[in-house]
Design a protein. Structure first.
Length: 405
């Protein structure tokens, strides 16, 4: 089948957070929400269900679990059992449950910064402490995990008599798009074992990995996505959080899944689910996931090369603007760009001030890097998952403003 990812989009007035939270005329290239119509296979099934005029309490569909099992086997080469899967009502909500399940008030939670902003929020709002281990960004724009830095962060917490039983691991990395290799993940899990850490692996962007092609500009590490669920010898310390939300743009349906292969960890997570009364599924959410995982893989397969070209064109375009550097990531549809030179050249004090001026004066919204922790200061995250004409118009506005701020 052919899919038209260049089709113009009109989401104004639909309640879209991405579009309706910005003023008319602003091009939104910020929140991780794609501007492509859902595949017909999905909209047809949901329309048929909506036409059945009963929306009462719903039972969990065994086909839903089967669809997840098949996806993990076919896409990631991992064989799971239905008992390994717990239902979730969204990735961030599940992260909060994990914090409560495996830590107590004032405990620390280790993160590698910069990282997805809600990591900070779910830790702080549950009255735990963020323990940051800053990552290195090499000359090619790849984030590097350094065990010595991780050890130093834990030792610093220990010196303050603070327990750190939990670590968040973002794979592929958001906002940097880094796709961790099998060896890197194994090294990280060995570190977690040595330091007696439970690992919460956020793999929500796992379906967006771009293999390097001969002559291409993809990163060498992005030969394929490796799920933490594949490390069965570390199953007693891994809770994996994922879903179809990013892959098929289902964020508004608030559905996710939790993979826990260890009975003890699974029981702890299940208690949090029960305590929060997360029992009956949404009438549409699990049906949508089941449909996407069983019928919509061709749509995703066709979308990925389009996104990769968007990433390459965006990086090339931005590098032509004095004061900006950008790199093609190995995964996600989010591009991490260094903007400190532009911050200084335009007289802004921070990346936040620059981004705010872009929204107000250039009519394009991107995300300031310091949102992802102090290690993100001087950077910006750009969502390239829009029709190319719209994306290039937004980038053109950045360029024009940068030339005449």
């Amino acid at each position: 089948m052919s899919y038209d990812f260049d089709a113009p989009v009109n989401r104004r007035g639909s309640g879209s957070d991405k579009w309706d939270s910005v003023e008319s005329g602003v091009i939104p290239l910020w929140v991780a929400d794609m501007d492509f119509a859902a595949p017909d296979e999905l909209t047809g099934v949901l329309a048929a269900r909506a036409a059945h005029p009963f929306y009462g309490y719903n039972r969990r569909r065994p086909e839903y679990l089967g669809a997840i099992l098949s996806w993990y086997k076919e896409q990631y080469g991992v064989s799971l059992a239905a008992a390994d899967i717990l239902p979730g009502s969204g990735t961030v909500l599940t992260l909060g449950m994990a914090v409560r399940a495996f830590t107590k008030a004032e405990d620390g939670v280790l993160i590698m910064a910069p990282v997805y902003a809600p990591f900070y929020r779910v830790i702080k709002e549950n009255h735990r402490k963020v323990i940051e281990a800053p990552m290195i960004l090499d000359k090619d724009g790849h984030f590097v995990l350094d065990r010595a830095v991780l050890e130093k962060a834990l030792d610093g917490a220990a010196a303050q008599n603070r327990a750190v039983p939990l670590v968040f691991f973002c794979s592929p990395h958001n906002p940097g798009g880094r796709v961790w290799t099998e060896g890197e993940i194994k090294t990280f899990l060995d570190f977690a074992k040595d330091r007696n850490l439970i690992v919460i692996a956020d793999e929500i962007h796992g379906d967006f990995v771009y293999p390097k092609e001969p002559g291409g500009t993809g990163t060498a590490e992005s030969s394929g996505f490796v799920s933490a669920t594949s490390f069965s010898d570390h199953a007693d310390r891994i809770v994996t959080v994922s879903g179809a939300n990013k892959s098929f743009n289902l964020g508004g349906l608030h559905v996710s899944h939790i993979i826990v292969r260890d009975e003890k960890l699974r029981a702890a997570m299940n208690r949090e689910l029960q305590n929060g009364f997360h029992r009956e599924p949404d009438v549409f959410a699990e049906l949508a996931v089941e449909t996407c995982y069983t019928k919509c893989a061709p749509w995703l397969l066709a979308l990925k090369p389009y996104l990769r070209q968007n990433l390459e064109e965006t990086a090339a375009f931005l590098k032509g603007i004095p004061g900006i550097n950008a790199w093609v990531p190995g995964g996600t549809y989010l591009l991490w760009a260094g903007i400190q030179g532009l911050v200084e050249r335009t007289g802004c004090k921070t990346d936040l001030e620059l981004v705010n001026r872009l929204e107000k004066e250039a009519k394009v919204k991107i995300t300031h890097g310091s949102l992802y922790g102090t290690a993100g200061a001087g950077y910006a995250r750009i969502n390239i998952a829009s029709p190319r004409k719209l994306l290039l118009e937004g980038l053109g506005r950045i360029k024009e403003w940068a030339e005449h701020p």
